[in-house]
Design a protein around this ligand. Structure first.
Ligand code: ATP
Ligand code: MG
Length: 377
């Protein structure tokens, strides 16, 4: 079977690696150049969307910020999964909030802002402190503001007015600031027959809005809440494929922060830690194959490699340490790869994280350092 992935980044690359044993052949469509490329080598295989669609049995996506005209053409081919509605909801916070509300899923109180009067009304209704996010185009904490005191509202408005002026389709979603204890996410798959399989929750540490460390956790009560919300969202979209839900954990109650209609960075640990990884399960789902087991096979944590293109060789000698590079050119802060570290039990995983903290540059891997400090105390 031939699968075309919209987007040619690391997620398409990892789908390609996971699909090979099942004889699933993956090519990637770069929406900027309109080239069809090999997801591993980036070698150009063809040009133009029509040709790419004609050669594909199934079309899916690795990101949500896809031009709507591209989505429309893919949808018309009848080969596109999960669906344009799911992708659009992942790429527009207004649609995402409406989806969560309609599915009856808890999320932070919010208001949509397009002008100063609506901003002032939101300050009254939603309250301060408040997190403001552009409806379109946000990722890795970009396009966000924090309003902590009323005195800052003029300065923040000036910034937001600029973002609004840049596109007539843009809006700002103002959200109550959620005083969470931690952030967790649930990655799972829904098959064409409606079967759902979810992975264990991952606990996520973000630094400056970017995911730094994800650890699979065993939290039965939270897992049950998360699975219910996952099911509600996936069923309301008649979703097929892997879907991720990010949550705030507020004293044992989960609120959805956002959804990602695709394989997700917080699910990369499944490559070493689960019976079937998220990339394989996404392909299984969209190709109409039975889903693979999502069972945890080892305690696992994933560390993002941000802005670095080399690591100490000693890491490869460490038992349970697996490096995944994405083959990208180095840029400050860019997601260049990740490290999966596995252990037989959780104490051993903690020991290995401390070991890693000792060899990794503290500036490049702040979350590992912080976790190692906590473990030592
Ligand atoms: P991603 O890379 O996950 O797509 P993003 O840019 O889309 O990120 P969010 O996940 O919405 O943005 O926000 C980034 C981070 O900011 C969150 O992981 C969380 O730490 C913090 N944050 C977002 N919304 C809130 C909120 N309402 N209250 C408190 N913190 C928040
Ligand atoms: Mg997020």
């Amino acid at each position: 079977m031939h699968v075309l992935v919209l987007g040619s980044g690391q997620l398409a690359r990892m789908m390609s690696l996971a699909g090979a044993p099942l004889n699933l052949d993956i090519s990637a469509f770069d929406v900027n150049t309109q080239n069809v490329v090999h997801p591993l080598t980036q070698a150009v295989l063809g040009h133009g969307l029509e040709q790419a669609i004609a050669g594909a049995d199934v079309i899916t996506a690795e990101f949500e910020h896809i031009p709507h005209d591209v989505l429309a053409v893919c949808e018309r081919s009848g080969k596109f999964l999960p669906s344009t509605d799911a992708i659009k909801a992942g790429g527009d916070r207004r649609l995402e909030k409406a989806l969560l509300d309609n599915a009856g899923v808890r999320n932070a109180k919010y208001a949509v802002i397009t002008n100063r009067a609506e901003f002032d009304a939101a300050i009254d209704d939603v309250g301060i402190p408040m997190v403001l996010k552009t409806a379109l185009g946000g990722y890795d904490g970009k396009g966000q503001w924090r309003l902590k005191t009323p005195q800052d509202s003029d300065a923040i408005w000036a910034d937001m007015a600029q973002a609004l002026a840049a596109s007539e389709h843009q809006a700002i979603v103002a959200e109550e600031f959620v005083p969470f204890d931690r952030e967790v996410s649930l990655v799972g798959a829904r098959g064409k027959d409606g079967e759902i399989a979810v992975y264990p929750l991952a606990e996520n540490v973000h630094v400056n809005g970017v995911l730094s460390l994800s650890t699979a956790i065993d939290a039965p009560e939270l897992q049950e809440q998360a699975k219910q919300m996952f099911t509600a969202v996936a069923e309301s979209l008649n979703y097929v494929g892997v879907l991720a839900l990010e949550f705030f954990d507020v004293q044992g109650t989960l609120l959805v922060n956002e959804i990602a209609p695709r394989v997700h960075n917080s699910g990369h640990w499944t490559q070493q830690g689960a019976e079937t990884c998220q990339f394989e399960n996404h392909l299984r789902a969209v190709c109409g194959l039975p889903l693979g087991s999502t069972k945890l096979v080892r305690e696992t944590a994933m560390i993002n490699i941000l802005g670095e293109d080399t690591l100490p060789e000693a890491l490869l000698a460490m038992e349970g340490c697996h490096i995944h590079w994405y083959g990208k050119d180095k840029r400050p802060g860019r997601k260049m790869g990740h490290i999966n570290v596995t252990a037989d039990y959780s104490g051993e995983l903690q020991r290995k994280l401390c070991q890693l903290a000792a060899v990794l540059d503290p500036k490049a891997f702040p979350a590992v350092q912080a976790v190692a400090q906590q473990i030592k105390h």
